[in-house]
Design a protein around this ligand. Structure first.
Ligand SMILES: Cc1cc2nc3c(=O)[nH]c(=O)nc-3n(C[C@H](O)[C@H](O)[C@H](O)COP(=O)(O)OP(=O)(O)OC[C@H]3O[C@@H](n4cnc5c(N)ncnc54)[C@H](O)[C@@H]3O)c2cc1C
Length: 413
């Protein structure tokens, strides 16, 4: 009797999703040959630089119903996927490999070593233990689906060769070449646009205030007739506005903002915990109890002093104007500035800590129970190549872990 042919699983792309998927596939199919093809000589590059070199592995949010709300694209599809593999499973998986994760105050989870190398070493150790063949400097140029499997054209240092596979897991991230591969096999690619960025705002009310932060601000982004709302900390930067509230608005508004060429309006409520009436009562009390004092001398409503002194002139309250001379109109304008300040966004700024692309392989063409393509049997997808992206905080890696785990669990089934 002829010996049974060894099945070939080929993973394309050596990022978080590729490594995790290859490890899972090899664990599920110890008799198969699992080969990972990575174009560059340095795999796991994004893991290395992620989270400022500390790697924000996941988020301490173990309720799939809440978790999915952190994904501007893909939340609906990930609902069932998180029932199979969610942040709790990520934590348990790394722990089972000797890597402890810790939770920061805002819910982000990092290795206790505060070093992304810990995650890289763990993934490298696991591929070795599972016998995954890692081929670096192997750039996949084309994939053809034949009656007996896949033929993969690979460029290695100027030479071309063909690799065959019974099943393929495509994890090429947000790279255009990967989108072309998926497209050539019949998939629709949702146009890639940047997500997670800061807003360029030139406005005298924030000029020179770089570094000032607000613990909680309510933001309303108005773009192309649509209004998006988010709440969170705000940071004033050299070029405009940043911080979690802005990053969330940029992620949920990624497509809209791209269509509007990053020209939009932003309303900010700097004191969302207080109503306009609370502010009016507070200002009146101040005017009555300290008529000779100048408003510029001390800030109210826990607004930072520098910001307070900067907004007063914008409503005509100079540094030497006493409370007794502050008019009702000026008080109303001050309330409006604090509760409903309008800023003009004039461009897209950088967010160096995390860079993510919205867009990728259309989710309608993927069976999220297995991560197999509905168009090309035997082809699986995971990670950022999909039209899935999360807000900042470990959600993008969680998408990579979850989808690649499911793909690796179901490949060859
Ligand atoms: C600076 C930065 C910091 C980040 N920090 C965080 C963070 O702290 N937390 C978080 O959740 N997310 C973070 N992200 C996002 C996160 O890194 C990505 O969502 C995640 O790495 C996506 O993993 P992936 O495996 O799908 O794709 P990638 O990591 O992009 O890997 C794709 C791999 O495929 C290879 N490849 C591409 N085309 C081919 C081809 N034709 N043939 C062979 N190989 C190919 C590429 O070389 C690459 O190695 C960060 C991103 C950046 C850029």
């Amino acid at each position: 009797m002829e010996p049974k042919k060894k099945m070939d699983i080929v993973v394309i792309g050596g990022g978080a999703a590729g490594y995790f998927g290859a490890i899972r596939a090899a664990a599920m199919h110890p008799d198969a040959r699992v080969t990972l093809l990575e174009a560059t000589r340095k795999p796991l590059t994004k893991v290395r630089v992620s989270g400022g070199g500390r790697c924000n592995v996941t988020h301490h949010c173990f309720d799939p119903a809440i978790l999915v709300q952190r994904y501007p694209r893909g939340g609906k599809e990930l609902r069932g996927a998180f029932a199979r593999f969610q942040p709790k499973d990520t934590v348990a998986w790394f722990e089972s490999k000797g890597v402890q994760l810790k939770i920061e105050g805002d819910g982000r989870m990092f290795p206790v070593t505060d070093d992304s190398k810990t995650i890289i070493d763990c993934l490298e150790r696991e591929v070795e233990t599972r016998g995954v063949i890692i081929k670096l400097g192997n750039m996949v140029r084309s994939i053809v689906r034949g009656p007996n499997g896949f033929e993969i054209n690979v460029k290695i240092a100027g030479d071309e060769s063909i690799v065959t596979a019974d099943a393929v897991l495509l994890t090429t991230g947000g790279m255009p070449g990967g989108f072309q591969l998926a497209g050539s096999l019949g998939h629709t690619i949702m146009a890639p646009v940047p997500s997670l960025f800061t807003f360029v705002v030139k406005d005298s009310r924030i000029d020179g205030l770089s570094g000032i932060s607000f613990p909680e601000v309510k933001g309303e982004l108005i773009c192309g007739g649509v209004t998006l709302k988010q709440t969170g900390p705000l940071l004033i930067t050299h070029w405009g506005l940043s911080g979690p509230v802005i990053l969330k608005l940029s992620a949920f508004g990624a497509r809209l903002l791209h269509e509007c060429d990053y020209q939009a309006k932003l309303h900010l409520d700097f004191v969302p915990h207080l109503t306009a009436l609370d502010l009016e009562v507070g200002l009146r009390a101040e005017k009555e109890s300290r008529p000779k004092q100048c408003p510029a001398n001390h800030s109210l409503f826990k607004v930072t002093r520098r910001f307070w002194s900067q907004i007063l002139p914008s409503v005509g309250i100079g540094p030497d104007l006493p409370w007794s001379d502050v008019t009702r109109v000026q008080m109303m304008q001050l309330i409006d500035t604090l509760k409903h300040a309008t800023f003009q966004i004039s461009g897209k700024g950088e967010f160096k800590e995390e860079f993510v692309t919205a867009g990728g392989v259309s989710l309608k063409e993927i069976d999220f129970r297995t991560m197999q393509s509905k168009i090309c049997a035997g082809l699986y997808f995971a990670g950022e190549i999909l039209d899935v992206d999360g807000i900042t905080g470990g959600y993008n890696f969680q998408n990579a872990w979850t989808t690649s785990w499911i793909a690796g669990s179901n490949i060859l089934e």
